[in-house]
Design a protein around this ligand. Structure first.
Ligand SMILES: Cc1cc2nc3c(=O)[nH]c(=O)nc-3n(C[C@H](O)[C@H](O)[C@H](O)COP(=O)(O)O)c2cc1C
Length: 376
């Protein structure tokens, strides 16, 4: 007997139990992980029909929460000219179209990941990597220290106090615009070597002022950003932050540092931490099979006592049920799985015998038999 999505009972698969943060309630534990799509066709941050269809179809696909890609808080904070942005009032209405579709046509909630690429800025669009930007197309790259991300990356300028103040202001304006567009949650991108992450990692932050040195100092800017954003983001709406819990480098942050980072964010009032790892330098981390990042989420959840999201190689409903039931994370982010299959959650529901509500336009889908006995 299938369990209906309207009732939560002892039989409900852990993956399909609701989860709340402040006044936000997600109908299940699966999240579309933030994924850059480089598809702002005006080359100035504006989301397009692509974003409505891309994020909208994954919302209809049954997830609890859809995250936008890393959406840049300033023009100079873009990874590439195709990045989506929230640095101008002209971006609010097109994002509102995406949000309204998700709210009106699915049971999903929608979050915006806010970011600044730091020393990973000023790259060609992903599928144009063989065509470097011309001098006219390039812009100035800023970072905690004047150390390029890798061979071929732009040499960043070390940020001064004015740059730091501007970044905080830009995050605040981005959050205010995200609220006007109707987003339910925002996530700061504090991982993967982008600006906030590059302050946290000792591999990219060699500053000698109060923003460098000890972990407490390296966390100063991310915490200043968080507090400033929290002050303008509505009280009833939660905030997340994605971090690289480890740098995968003997001289970088280890899991003990990742735990302290989470603890500092929790003390500042962060609601949930999205636990990723690495990508802080151009040196590739080891190829790691299975749920290789979930131990970091588990360690943080256990040591700090705060809700976590886990991400990385999640491919099956059994994995998600295991993670949730064993308390290794509160939410599971699926990235590549959602590129492969926008209906990842609907297929999981079918595999688990769970009766996930269809949109009102699609009830006939429940009568479709994908495995007919008679094939002719
Ligand atoms: C095309 C693509 C774009 C990505 N862009 C972002 C991004 O904007 N922000 C982010 O935090 N992670 C980004 N990631 C990382 C994913 O969110 C996720 O952490 C990673 O792919 C591992 O999850 P998976 O094994 O389910 O793909 C991206 C990944 C992919 C494949």
């Amino acid at each position: 007997m299938a369990t209906r999505s309207s009732d939560v009972s002892a039989d409900t698969p852990p993956m399909f139990t609701p989860f709340s943060l402040r006044d936000l309630t997600l109908s299940n534990r699966v999240v579309v992980s933030p994924m850059c799509m480089y598809s702002a066709d005006d080359l100035d941050g504006t989301p397009t029909d692509f974003h409505v269809v891309h994020l909208g179809s994954r919302a209809v696909g049954g997830v609890g929460l859809v995250f936008t890609e890393m959406t840049q808080i300033s023009r100079e904070g873009r990874i590439s000219p195709g990045d989506a942005g929230i640095y101008d009032d002209k971006h609010i209405e097109p994002w509102k179209r995406v949000v309204d579709f998700v709210h009106n046509r699915s049971d999903a909630k929608i979050g915006m990941q806010l970011g600044h690429a730091g020393r990973k800025a000023c790259e060609p669009i992903a599928w144009l990597r063989d065509t470097p930007l011309t001098d006219e197309e390039k812009w100035e790259v800023v970072a905690p220290s004047a150390i390029p991300f890798g061979p071929g990356s732009e040499m960043p300028r070390e940020m001064n106090q004015g740059d730091i103040a501007k970044v905080i202001d830009d995050f605040v304006s981005g959050a205010e615009r995200a609220n006007k567009a109707g987003f339910d949650i925002i996530e700061l991108h504090g991982g993967h070597g982008y600006l906030l992450s590059s302050f946290i990692s000792p591999l990219s932050n060699k500053r000698t002022d109060k923003y460098g040195g000890s972990l407490e100092n390296r966390m100063r800017l991310p915490l200043e950003v968080f507090r400033a954003v929290r002050a303008v983001w509505p009280e009833e709406k939660p905030i997340s932050c994605r971090i690289s819990a480890v740098d995968w480098d003997d001289h970088g942050n280890q899991i003990e540092d990742g735990i302290e980072v989470a603890r500092m964010f929790k003390q500042a009032g962060l609601d949930i931490i999205d636990v990723s790892s690495g990508n802080v330098t151009s040196v590739r981390r080891p190829v790691t099979p299975g749920l290789f990042q979930t131990p970091f989420s588990e360690a943080i959840r256990e040591a700090v006592g705060m809700p976590t999201m886990t991400v990385g190689n999640i491919a099956t409903p059994e994995q998600i049920n295991g993670v949730i039931a064993e308390g290794r994370a509160d939410l599971c982010c699926v990235a590549k799985g959602h590129l492969f299959d926008p209906y990842f959650v609907r297929h999981a529901a079918r595999a688990l015998g769970y009766d996930l509500k269809w949109p009102k336009q699609y009830p006939a889908a429940a009568m479709f038999n994908p495995e007919p006995k008679e094939v002719r």
